[in-house]
Design a protein around this ligand. Sequence first.
Ligand SMILES: Cc1cc2nc3c(=O)[nH]c(=O)nc-3n(C[C@H](O)[C@H](O)[C@H](O)COP(=O)(O)OP(=O)(O)OC[C@H]3O[C@@H](n4cnc5c(N)ncnc54)[C@H](O)[C@@H]3O)c2cc1C
Length: 491
Amino acid sequence: MGERHLIIIGGGLAGLSAGCYARRSGLRTTIVEHNAGLGGVCTAWQRGPYLVDGCIHWLTGGPFQHLYEELGILPAVPLRTLETWNTYRDARDGLEVPFTRNLDALIARLGEVGPQDRAELGRLRHGAAAFASMKPPFDPPELTSAIDRLRALWDMRGAVTSLLHFRKPIGTWAREHLESPRLRRIFTRMLPETAPASFLLMVMAYLEHGYLSRPVGGTAAFRDALEKSYRGLGGEALLSSTVDEILVDDGRATGVRLSDGTMLAGDLVLSTSSAPETVLHLLGGRYDAAPTRERMARWKLFDPIVLVSFGVAEPYGSAPSLLTIDNIKSLSVGGRSTETVGVRVCNDDPCFAPTGHSVVQALLPTDYQWWATLGSRYPAEKDALAAATVATLEPHFPGLGAAVRMTDLVTPLTYWSMTRAWRGAFEGWMPSSDSMMNHVKKTLAGLGGFYMAGQWVEPGGGVPTSILSGRQVVQLMCDDLGQPFVATAKA
Ligand SMILES: Cc1cc2nc3c(=O)[nH]c(=O)nc-3n(C[C@H](O)[C@H](O)[C@H](O)COP(=O)(O)OP(=O)(O)OC[C@H]3O[C@@H](n4cnc5c(N)ncnc54)[C@H](O)[C@@H]3O)c2cc1C
C-alpha cells in the first residue's frame, strides 16, 4: 500500500509537531493553513527595524525539553535560562517583587510583604520543591495501561499533600489561605485567578530548576526551526488556504473542502482548529457535538487581548523583561476597564531592535464583541488605545512617548482573521480546575479517520502542551493503523 495521506487543518505548533511525527511514522502529510505563514499564534513579525514578538514570554523546558530535541528545535536554537520570571509592581507606591530563581529569597521577600502569611508561603515553597520531582505524563491516556497509571500515582506520592492543598483555583486559594490583601493581589494578578494554584507550584518549581527560558532569536527562531524540520522531513503545506468543510463518507473522514471549492482527498484528517469551529462548523455539528456544546456553556474562553507594541529609540536596559504593573489608573480597553497591565520589554535579545532601541509591549485584556462590531470606527479606536497605553506606561518608562518610532496593535479581531482564534481566545479554553482535570478526547464518537489536537483539546494551551498534543495524536493514529509510532530520526 502507498503512503497514507494525512490532511492537517492548521499549521500552528500542534499541526507542525503532528506533521513531523507523522512523516517519521510513514504518513504523507499536507498542512492546510489559513494564514500566509506557518506558526499559528506562535509567531513574530517584522515592522521596519523592529521585530514584534507575538508569543514566547517563557518557554517551559525541563521534562518537556526532549520534545524540542526530537523536533530538531534544540540544539539548533539556543535557549537563555530565565533568572527572573516576572516582576510585580504596584503603581501606587512602587512596591516591587521580582519572581526570581532564588526561591528562598523570593519567599522571604513575599514574607516581608505579608508577614502574617509566612506559614502559607512556607507551604508554597515546600509544594514547589515537591512539584519539581513530578514527571508529567507523556503518552496519551488512551494508550496508558492501568499499571502505568498506578506507577504514575506512586511516583507522585511525595507531592500528593501539596497537590491536594493547591488544587483550588488561585483566586480561591488566595482568599482562603492568605490574610494579606497585598499578597492576594500579587498572586491573582500574575496568573489567571481561575487556574489551579498548582500552576503556581509549577512555575516556581520550573523557575528554580532553570527550566524556564527564552529562545535566542525569540519566537521567530523557534517557529522557523520547527517549520524547517517539517519541510526537511518532506511535509507539504498549502498556505493562505482555509478549510470550509471536513468531508465524510460512510462515517469516515475522507478529505476537506477549501473555501475556494478545492477538494483534497485524504485517508486521515486531523484538525488543530478551534473546537467550536471544527465540531460545529467544519463538521456541521453532526458528530458527537454535545460534549463541545457543554464545554462551551461551562468553560470560559481565554481572555482576548489587545497586544500593543512600540518600537522605541530607548534601550530600557534596566527594565525587567516581564512586568506586571498593578493598580494603574483605570484604562479602558475595548469595553472593559483594567487596572493591571502586563508589559514585556524586548530588551534581552539583539534580534528585536537596533542597538540602543527596544520594543515595549502591553498585553491588555479586552472584549471580543466590542472590537468585532466597531465597523468604521475600528482604526480610530486602535489609535486612541495606542495613545492611552503610552500615557499609562510613561511613568514607568520615562521618555516613552517621545521615543516611539513604530506602533503595532493587534486586537482580538486580528487573532480571528489571521489565526482563526475563536472569538479571539488566542489560547483556547481558560485554565481552570474543571477544564484541566477533565480529559478532552482527540476523537469524535461515530467518526472514523478523524482526530483533533492542539490547545483546544488541551485546556490552558501553551507551547509544550500544543507540541505534545501533536505527538500524542500521531501515537493514537499509529495505534489505530496498527503501525509503529516513530518519534526520532534514529528510531
Ligand atoms: C500573545 C501570546 C503569548 C503567549 N505566550 C506564551 C508563552 O510565553 N509560553 C507558552 O508556552 N505559550 C504561550 N502562548 C500560547 C501558545 O503560543 C499557544 O498555546 C500555541 O502556540 C497554540 O498552538 P496550536 O497549534 O494549538 O494553535 P494555533 O496556533 O491557534 O494553530 C491553529 C492553526 O490552525 C489554523 N486554522 C484554524 N482553522 C483553520 C481552517 N478552517 N483552515 C485552515 N487553517 C485553519 C490557524 O490559522 C492556526 O494557524 C502565547 C500565545 C500568545 C498569542
